[in-house]
Design a binder for this molecule. Structure first.
Ligand code: SAM
Length: 268
């Protein structure tokens, strides 16, 4: 099945990135997760499904908010990510981390379903999101967060150019995934969420930026999907790519990491 193969590829990429992904969390993933939870607003005692949970950027604050009388199911394809989340969630017994494909997650009746920076990895983003909307109870809340169209552009351009130069290829300006290109502004994303059958749809712009220091910029590559551009390069080649990439960005403007937090309610 094509969908299953794609899921394997996605899981393998995040398995490899997991440790660096986690080091990047305080700079990037955790603030983005917190911005989403501020919108989905889980309350004490509620049940939450955190889809594509990674190492817990939104699942952990959700678990704190629901408290001991609530429950959070956090679901991710990647075993290492789930392992890191279990470590971070020690002391939060209301959070259960599961390694599974959330596009076939069977649980239903959640008060809140949230999915941060994950939906565009689904082989069919609309069908996968429709499945998530079906997990929430009538009247429940859904929050889906994606990159703003302008986010990460400078870093993407720099790392793609540096990697292409190393491989002797023509530098290609990377485009955000086609989903982000299509949906990465509030109006387009709001219309798309409305087409998912949600009501009271609202999209907020969550501004965030990552400082252009050497350490942060390199973590942005190693701890994200950009890491794939280094595949099959040996250590010396990676070092040269690193140098070319950093010289373009260090000390310059902070890297734009703005997201769109989409919110809607399932009709009663
Ligand atoms: C960019 S990370 C975001 C993680 C986390 N939500 C955060 O904001 O830090 C995307 C995550 O989605 C997961 N993922 C992608 N497709 C998935 C699927 N079909 N089911 C479960 N997890 C999935 C990946 O394994 C990865 O951990």
């Amino acid at each position: 099945m094509a969908g299953e193969r794609e899921a394997d590829v996605t899981a393998a990429a995040f398995d490899r990135a997991a440790v660096d992904f986690s080091r990047l969390s305080p700079l990037l993933w955790d603030p983005v997760g917190a911005a989403t939870v501020a919108v989905s607003a889980p309350a004490a005692g509620e049940r939450v499904l955190d889809a594509c949970c990674g190492d817990g950027a939104s699942a952990i604050p959700a678990a704190r908010r629901v408290g001991g009388t609530g429950a959070v199911d956090a679901v991710d394809l990647s075993g290492p990510m789930v392992g890191l989340l279990r470590e971070r969630a020690a002391g939060l017994p209301q959070l259960t981390a599961h390694q599974a494909d959330v596009t076939s997650w069977p649980g239903t009746g959640y008060d809140v379903v949230q999915c941060v920076l994950g939906a565009f990895f689904f082989p069919d983003m609309a069908a996968g999101t429709d499945h998530l909307v079906g997990r929430v109870r009538p009247g429940g809340r859904v929050a889906v967060t994606i990159w703003h169209r302008d986010a990460m552009v400078a870093a993407g351009r720099a790392i793609a150019g540096a990697a292409a130069a190393e491989r002797g290829e023509r530098a290609q300006v990377p485009r955000a995934s086609s989903a982000v290109q299509q949906l990465g502004d509030p109006d387009a994303f709001g219309a798309w969420l409305t087409a998912r059958g949600l009501e009271q749809v609202a999209v907020s712009v969550a501004a965030h930026a990552v400082e252009a220091t050497e350490e942060a910029l390199w973590l942005l590559v190693l701890g994200s999907g950009f890491r794939g551009l280094l595949t099959e390069l040996d250590d010396a080649a990676v070092d040269r790519v690193r140098g070319r990439y950093l010289e373009q960005l260090v000390g310059g403007p902070a890297i734009d990491a703005t997201t769109l937090v989409g919110f809607g309610q399932r009709p009663d």
